[in-house]
Design a protein around this ligand. Structure first.
Ligand code: KG4
Ligand code: ZN
Length: 337
């Protein structure tokens, strides 16, 4: 029988944020981030080599900070959970190698965590009573899907995007509107001053079933902006942002609620960077309440990349005795399932 409240260090370095967190069972003790986003913004996106170098510089500091703010010494740790994929290979290898060194020197188990499972597990951080089954609206820069979590370790994919991820579409539309990186939060800010009056195509495909497409929506936004420019018509950028945001997010929210009712579950969770979006959060909460469902939204800082979610997923794996060998390698792609 494993210790029900192990002390786990979480480490995450899949993109441009170096993160560490400490969790005791389901209780989060600390979560720290050192970001290279400001440096990356100069280049309009994440430059992999800059990310790897920044992780190398930051990883020992961010881990020390997380242990210090949790008032934990490394010797008290029971395991280290670390993102092994998906993400930028060079970036992942920094966190993974660091975690391996920690485990080796302390003689404690390593738990390799899929980044995407981390985003799903973030819902446990702010809701002590959450238990499966529930629906998860997952929307990040790499994935967009609606899932049915049937147990603490298994889920079914009920619907997903057939092309781009929602976050990717936010980032591309931000570029078209000349907004700086990162695109998502800047589109959200701009949309606050606009009305969703432009009829962009919905992200829900017309083929039936729960299938989303973001590439058509992205193209429609690009065409709208280019055609207006060619015809000498000044676009209202805030209206474009608000209309895009609505077309991108409404179908995800509506389908999440519909699926919860169809599968007879009473809770809808959200995860991934796009779940930090204020419009999505408000509308999901409103729609859930209207249907008698509970919406569980992790705090915004636990929707975007962080190590608390990796530690939370690590805890679930620990309970199952799912440990990884020290030969675990990084993976640029990890299948959703
Ligand atoms: O989960 P995440 O931080 O990293 C990945 O695992 O991909 O998600 C990043 C994505 C980016 O595409 C970013 O533009 C989007 O999440 N994002 C947002 C918001 N904050 C981050 N999209 C819409 N509104 C936001 N407030
Ligand atoms: Zn992420």
């Amino acid at each position: 029988m494993p210790d029900p409240t192990p002390l786990i260090l979480g480490v995450e370095s899949s993109c441009d944020e170096t993160c560490a967190a400490v969790i005791r069972g389901r209780k989060l003790l600390s979560s720290e981030i050192i970001s290279s986003a400001t440096e990356q913004a100069k280049y309009g996106g994440v430059v992999p080599e800059i990310a790897s170098r920044a992780h190398t510089d930051a990883v020992s500091r961010v881990v020390a900070r997380a242990l210090e703010s949790a008032h934990i010494s490394p010797q008290n740790l029971d395991a280290v959970a670390v993102t092994y994929g998906a993400g930028l290979l060079g970036a992942l290898l920094v966190g993974l190698s660091f975690a391996k060194g920690f485990c080796y020197s302390l003689n404690i188990p390593l738990i390799g965590v899929s980044h995407i499972r981390g985003h799903i597990a973030a819902a446990y951080l702010d809701c002590e009573t959450l238990k499966p089954p529930y629906i998860t609206l997952l929307a990040s820069g790499g994935h967009t899907a609606l899932l049915l979590s049937e147990s603490y370790s298994s889920f079914r994919v009920l619907g997903e995007t057939v092309d781009d991820a929602a976050g990717e579409a936010f980032d591309k539309c931000a570029r078209v509107l000349s907004l700086p990186y990162p695109g998502g939060p800047n589109i959200e800010k701009l949309a606050l001053g606009g009305t969703p009056c432009i009829p962009f195509p919905s992200a829900l495909t017309r083929e039936g079933g729960v299938r989303f497409s973001y590439s058509g929506l992205k193209t429609a936004v690009i065409n709208y902006c280019r055609n207006s420019e060619q015809n000498g018509v000044k676009i209202n950028r805030a209206d474009v942002a608000a209309s895009f945001q609505k077309a991108a997010l409404d179908p995800l929210i509506e389908k999440a609620v519909e699926l919860a009712l169809e599968y007879g579950v009473d809770t809808v969770c959200a995860g991934g960077g796009v779940a930090a979006n204020g419009y999505l959060r408000e509308k999901l909460q409103y729609m859930c309440a209207k249907s008698g469902l509970k919406a569980v939204l992790p705090q915004k800082k636990y929707c975007t990349d962080n190590a608390a979610m990796i530690a939370a997923e690590g805890y679930l794996q620990y309970l199952q005795g799912n440990f990884s060998p020290l030969s675990l390698n990084a993976a640029a792609q990890v299948p959703l399932k």
